[in-house]
Design a binder for this molecule. Structure first.
Ligand code: UGA
Length: 437
């Protein structure tokens, strides 16, 4: 099948690479010429394990091409995936201008029947708007090409995006006509032949809602355990044991019960607010989502509060910050909790020593006065305290002896509960973790 992907950001590029891997003929389109050049050479413009190999394979086989030419990208496509950005607006809802532009572009160029599939995360009922945009443009051009609107949300996580896409927990396809459903079944047939998973065929609004509900639920689960961690701190209980024991209940599950400094990234913060916004526009006050967001913002204040307890005045002290990416496995710093923490440290007059295994290039210009360390261990040298913001596995190799030997004062703020608390305390460190007595 011929598949077009509009927008080759994180979701678009992974979709393009995986669709080519399934044997489809894929064209990726983007307005950003420099991005196109990088992909054309079989490389990834951002860090995503396994994606380089997939792109190289796709480009070498001729099944994956990329272009800035709209006509060449869309002409003859069976399916056009809309994977453009939907950045958050100040009122909480997403900016859907790029989605509308993408839909209009399809209607301008399409010459035969085409399925327009939303993959960008959008509020429920956006499909109806996409259909309207297609119809407007088609009417303006007097064309009567069959254009079906489909919602096909992705559930990929950065850092494991390729595996999540090729071996998903479920595939969700919402369509309002049989043509849409038929075409999408053919798109996913090669994947389902290799990997058995539920295929949820539904209408467009239901598919759109599944995506927002899934992300909002996971975000709420994280905020729930972070709220529990506050009660643990006040009562002397241990949130790690609480989470493990809760997780043994199959109805609850242990995943996404890691207390810390909350969720970041380009999805959860934006999607929680957007879901609240669309619910309110539809007439439902989804207060729980605002509480999820509030708890998440408060979680980011925890490290500085604990730091001040131990250092008293932060001004003039040197603080090492380990991990800047919003989670391990990515160089993405969008809505990373670390940025708030570094911002506060700077505001309070601290000297900063920063390290991240892959996100250093994203932060050099943001914090020109910081020291950029060559390794996590080097970042510790001479610091009065360390704040661990991202639980990169390599930081797990740092021992209590390393911390003791390299830090000026033995203050360890482990905001992701990565290190062994008892071992740190045995080594004479003043160590604190989230939700642990
Ligand atoms: C998330 C969803 O997990 C994907 O299913 C979804 O497709 C994607 O958003 C999207 O909408 O595109 P992602 O943002 O890549 O994926 O990252 P997650 O692994 O879900 O982590 C999100 C944040 O939650 C991270 O900051 C992480 O540190 C935090 N987190 C996660 C916790 O604080 N505690 C946990 O127990 C789990």
């Amino acid at each position: 099948m011929k598949i077009t992907v509009l927008g080759i950001g994180h979701v678009g590029l992974v979709t393009a690479g995986c669709m080519a891997e399934l044997g489809h003929e894929v064209v990726g389109y983007d307005v950003d010429e420099s991005k196109i050049e990088v992909v054309r050479s079989g490389r990834t413009p951002f860090y995503e394990p396994g994606l380089d190999e997939l792109l190289q394979k796709g480009v070498a086989s001729g099944r994956l091409t990329v272009t800035v030419d709209q006509g060449a990208a869309i002409a003859g496509a069976d399916v056009v995936f809309i994977c453009v950005g939907t950045p958050g607006l100040p009122h909480g809802g997403p900016n859907l201008t790029y989605v509308q532009e993408a839909a209009a572009m399809v209607a301008r160029v399409a010459t035969g029947p085409v399925v327009v599939a939303e993959k960008s995360t959008v509020p429920v009922q956006t499909g109806a708007r996409v259909r309207q945009a297609l119809q407007m443009e088609a009417a303006a051009r007097d064309t009567e090409v069959l254009m079906s609107v489909v919602s096909n949300p992705e559930f990929l996580r950065e850092g494991s995006a390729v595996q999540d896409t090729l071996r998903p927990d479920r595939i969700v396809v919402g369509a309002d006509d049989e043509h849409g459903h038929d075409v999408m079944r053919r798109v996913y047939a090669p994947m389902l032949a290799q990997h058995d998973c539920p295929y949820v065929a539904t209408d467009v609004p239901t598919a759109e809602l599944i995506k927002h509900a899934s992300n909002a639920f996971l975000a709420t689960k994280i905020s729930f355990i972070n709220a529990v961690s506050r009660v643990c701190e006040l009562s002397g209980a241990d949130v790690e044991v609480v989470a493990d024991a809760m997780g043994h209940d199959a109805r609850i599950g242990r995943a996404f019960l890691n207390a810390g400094i909350g969720y970041g990234g380009s999805c959860f913060p934006k999607d929680v607010r957007a879901f609240d916004r669309i619910a309110s526009e539809l007439g439902y006050d989804f207060g729980m989502l605002r509480e999820t967001d509030k708890i998440n913002r408060e979680a980011r204040e925890w490290p500085m509060r604990r730091l001040r307890e131990h250092l008293w005045n932060v001004a003039g002290k040197t603080v090492a910050v380990l991990g800047v990416a919003f989670k391990p496995g990515t160089d993405d710093i969008r809505e990373a909790p670390s940025l708030d923490i570094i911002g506060e440290l700077i505001e309070e007059g601290a000297n900063i020593r920063l390290h991240d295994p892959v996100a250093m290039d994203q932060i050099r210009d943001l914090f020109p006065d910081a020291h950029f360390a060559a390794s996590g261990v080097e970042a510790l040298d001479g610091a009065h305290a360390v704040i661990l913001c991202t639980e990169w596995p390599e930081y797990g190799e740092i021992t209590p002896a390393d911390l003791k030997a390299r830090l000026e004062y033995p203050v360890v703020i482990d905001a992701r509960n990565l290190w062994d608390l008892a071992a740190m305390r045995d080594a004479g460190l003043t160590a604190v973790q989230v939700g642990r007595g």
